[in-house]
Design a protein around this ligand. Structure first.
Ligand code: GLU
Length: 495
């Protein structure tokens, strides 16, 4: 039986979770869920100066919001913890001791100035800059003496300068690196802490990671990692490097291209379902021209060999289009819950409203406007005519529905009729409205459409008699009078 799939996402908590990271995490998650594997969240916080608690919390929050859950991590623990690198120093130290004992690493006492001079010399001679090997073959006595004297030092891995290292990448195939390009790199820093390469490999081993799925920018680190796994006498995990995300102009995606972090998308009203669907399409194709691929489907269809080798180009229009799809697919009741605080803020509803007519009316308006909205902001905007006075009427509607010279008079006739309707409910309103249509010798549409426009400023909406009932007698009559007055006085140009 194949060994269990165990993958990890290892963010450095030095800022917000960016879409590139979220995409890499989502690919890891999809792979784990599909393979009934384990998804580990590990926090790479060895950079003490740049790591913050706030970023750590924000990253976890962003994942929770996206609906990407983890099986082992700093908050929930697991068999291979702790899951923050800053709490794993002893584990790293033990691994270093092992490599020291086996002679696979050696202390290097070269000063920064010396290394700089070496680099300059290499540049002058047109050679690639690699570590000179000055401390590689110090005698055991000299090493001991200098260590005992407390000379500042790092530890370097003893590497083989000949031959090649092949990275078997599940997305890119075999990527061959010449060993002459890999020098005796540093695994332990002079401040007595591990380098990224060392901590990452120790953790991937200790946490039994089977597949390292990470950003393309790490591909150039991978031959070093393969060499380190060899030094530990362990099999390296499988690797998959996912392509970069570029801005539409094919430059590196950055702040100036708009939102780049998950929390910014959240604030913009992007739904998590839309964002994860979008992340999937950034570099993965389901094999047909499907673009709507929800989480469940993505778990089924995901495969690393369908991840693109080339960079993905960011397209905010596609994200908005997906968002509109997922936004409209939500149940109106869910949407009411989502926007409730906003409705209260705008004064459209009382925070503790319980009147079932009012609640039903809100649901009716939401259900109607939702189908025409791309996001919550659109929706709230579209709800405005039902909750605020009308300041403007749809232009096309005005030309079509208000141009008959009899319009002001007809709107006033409706207002007068409504004044006498009792009880003021949709069915009773409807029968007296229809009676008026007959009395005026009109076709239904000749009265219904102008009245809708006068009451809501727009030409489409929920059932007109429901609209009238919910606006209430006073508000409805007032809106009709105002529209009649505006048309008659020419404030609203109908031609
Ligand atoms: N902390 C590294 C990063 O954020 C992780 C790289 C890796 O996955 O090995 O890029």
């Amino acid at each position: 039986m194949d060994k269990q799939v165990r993958v990890r996402f290892a963010p450095s908590p030095t800022g917000a979770l960016h879409i590139g990271g979220a995409r890499t995490a989502y690919f890891n998650w999809l792979f784990a869920r599909q393979q009934q594997g384990v998804f580990v969240l590990r926090i790479d916080d060895t950079d003490r100066a740049r790591s913050t608690e706030e970023s750590y919390r924000q990253i976890l929050d962003s994942f929770r919001w996206l609906g990407i859950d983890w099986d082992e991590g700093p908050d929930c623990g697991g068999p291979y913890g702790p899951y923050r690198q800053s709490e794993r120093t002893e584990i790293y130290r033990n691994h270093l001791q092992r490599l020291i004992a086996e002679g696979k690493v050696y202390p290097c006492f070269c000063s920064a100035e010396q290394l700089q001079a070496d680099r300059e010399e290499a540049a002058r001679e047109g050679r690639p800059s690699r570590y000179s090997g000055r401390c590689r073959d110090l005698s055991a006595e000299e090493r001991e003496r200098r260590l005992a004297a407390g000379e500042p030092h790092v530890y370097r891995l003893r590497t083989d300068a000949t031959g090649e290292t092949v990275v078997h990448d599940l997305i890119r195939g075999d990527v061959v690196f010449q060993n002459s390009e890999i020098d005796d790199f540093i695994v332990w820093k002079a401040d007595d802490s591990p380098t990224y390469h060392f901590a990452s490999c120790v953790d991937d081993l200790a946490m039994r990671i089977s597949h390292v799925i990470r950003a393309e920018e790490h591909l150039s680190n991978t031959p070093r990692h393969v060499t380190l796994f060899e030094a530990f006498g362990s099999e390296a995990p499988a690797f998959a490097h996912v392509p970069m995300i570029l801005a539409p102009d094919r430059s590196k995606l950055s702040k100036r291209h708009g939102a780049t972090s998950v929390s910014e998308y959240r604030e913009m009203g992007i739904l998590p379902e839309a964002l994860v669907n979008y992340l999937l399409l950034l570099g993965f194709s389901p094999g047909d021209d499907r673009e709507i691929v929800d989480r469940e489907t993505a778990i089924e269809v995901f495969s690393l060999d369908r991840v693109a080798k080339h960079a993905a180009v960011y397209d905010v229009k596609k994200l908005e289009w997906l968002n509109a799809h997922y936004f409209r697919a939500q149940s109106p009741d869910v949407v009411v819950g989502q926007i409730w605080d906003e409705l209260v803020r705008f004064g459209y509803v009382a925070a503790n409203e319980v009147d079932r007519h009012v609640l039903a009316w809100i649901r009716t308006v939401v259900e109607f406007v939702q189908t025409r909205s791309r996001n919550a902001a659109d929706l709230i905007d579209g709800m405005r005519p039902y909750f605020e006075g009308i300041t403007a009427y749809d232009d096309k509607g005005v030309r079509k529905q208000f141009s008959d010279p009899a319009t002001p008079e007809r709107l006033r006739a409706v207002a007068q009729r409504l004044a006498g309707v009792a009880p003021f409910t949709a069915p009773v309103i409807e029968s007296s409205f229809r009676a008026l249509i007959d009395e005026l010798g009109l076709k239904a549409g000749q009265l219904i459409h102008p009245v809708r426009l006068a009451l809501t400023g727009v030409t489409v909406g929920p059932g007109l008699f429901d609209v009238i009932a919910m606006l209430g007698r006073e508000e409805a009559c007032q809106r009709l009078e105002i529209a009649a007055e505006r048309i008659a006085s020419g404030t609203v140009a109908t031609k």
